[in-house]
Ligand binder design. Structure first.
Ligand SMILES: O=c1ccn([C@@H]2O[C@H](COP(=O)(O)OP(=O)(O)O[C@H]3O[C@H](CO)[C@@H](O)[C@H](O)[C@H]3O)[C@@H](O)[C@H]2O)c(=O)[nH]1
Length: 124
């Protein structure tokens, strides 16, 4: 997160700051989203469920409870699609982006090297 004011430096988070989490339905993503909500951030997840399921975000909402979940938005989207990304950035402004929507399985990267590269280093 950017520095300057607030309590982010001592681990308190900055209430109301908006964070976009790509791949927020994945393993590390869901844990991070939950922690961000607990810290007071407004969180938007973009994910195409390439390697996860919608129920993962349902479980985050269940654990977080209705109050914290009211600060969680989900936008379906593919990082390789310029149209999808324009929708994500038209929806609101973000104070920070955390990029977890990477493909890193060795077998998949050997079988589909172009797709892996374009996803992990977004092309649009
Ligand atoms: O083009 C893409 C590609 C991926 N994703 C999403 O990005 C997320 C990536 O999450 P995941 O595949 O779970 O990766 P990690 O969170 O890095 O977790 C991986 O790495 C962990 C640490 O090694 C392991 O414990 C997990 O089992 C393994 O899934 C998933 O929701 C995907 O659907 C997209 O949205 N778009």
């Amino acid at each position: 997160m950017a520095s300057g004011g607030g309590g982010a430096e001592n681990g308190e988070g900055r209430k109301g700051e908006s964070v976009l989490v790509t791949g927020g339905a994945g393993y590390i993503g869901t844990h991070t989203v939950l922690r961000l909500l607990e810290k007071g951030y407004v969180v938007t997840v973009v994910d195409n469920f390439h390697n996860s399921v919608p129920e993962a975000l349902d479980r985050v909402r269940l654990i977080a409870g209705p109050a914290l979940s009211s600060r969680l938005d989900f936008i379906p989207g593919d990082l390789k699609s310029k149209d999808d990304m324009e929708k994500v950035f038209a929806a609101k402004s973000y104070d920070a982006v955390i990029h977890f929507a990477g493909l890193k399985a060795v077998g998949e990267s050997v079988a589909h090297p172009t797709c892996t590269t374009r996803t992990t280093w977004p092309a649009p």
